[in-house]
Write a protein that binds this ligand. Sequence first.
Ligand code: ATR
Length: 266
Amino acid sequence: MEQLAVIGNPIEHSKSPDIHHAFAAQTELSVNYTKILGDLEGFEQQVRDFFADGGLGLNVTVPFKQRAFDMCDKLSKRAEQAGAVNTLMMGKNGELYGDNTDGAGMVRDIVKVLEQPLKDKRILVLGAGGAVRGVLGPMMAQNPDIITIANRTVAKAEELALQFSCDYSSYDDLEGPFDIIVNGSSASLGGELPPLKDSLVSDKTWVYDMVYGAEPTVFMQWAFARGAQGADGLGMLVGQAAEAFFLWLHKRPEQAPVIEKLRAEM
Ligand code: ATR
């Protein structure tokens, strides 16, 4: 049986075991996926112990993604760009290998939800923190017309824009409408909304919130009230898991039935 786990703090809420067990059932693989409560001081030792005990793959979540990045011997290009690691495994020579599947998972989900590629789209990304850094590389790889990053602290948007060859703006100076708006700010988590002008959306705009919940987020409610369509980040959660599952076990599971099941349970 393959040993997999997710490490984070807090960890109780994590849906990753359910998601990976559903993937394992689909692909007829024998998997035991557990949750590890990360120790704020001893995280690195917990990671080493997991692999020393024969673990195959480890997901890393808040607040350890940067520490996982720092301890890797080898990194994928997308992890390097993201400056964060959410998926760990051992390389052939015992080196710790880190990847970041968040961006690929999100792009795959957006393309599915929109039923069209990101190519040539005008995209607005809200926020310039770790979550956004993790998805810009895979988004730019889809050749959009433009990605504009807007952030409350404009200097952080500028820094990311330089790294990923995007545009950046303050919320005040934005000019819409955009084809797609991705909310990567953590405002939704606190039930808050960035200062968005009505002119940023039209009835052709698609919005995507990187967080998810039982009800549409405040950002989605704001966009829906102005005629936009969209989705929350539940598909991204399942998408990043599917990318990690593929990396560890070389099988690509079906995501849609797993998203449906989680949605029904919320
Ligand atoms: P994460 O890892 O979730 O990205 P983070 O790195 O702390 O968390 O980044 C949070 C992002 O949400 C930042 O871009 C933050 O804006 P600032 O850089 O100006 O702080 C943004 N954010 C958080 N609360 C917000 C709010 N109420 N309105 C607008 N932006 C908000």
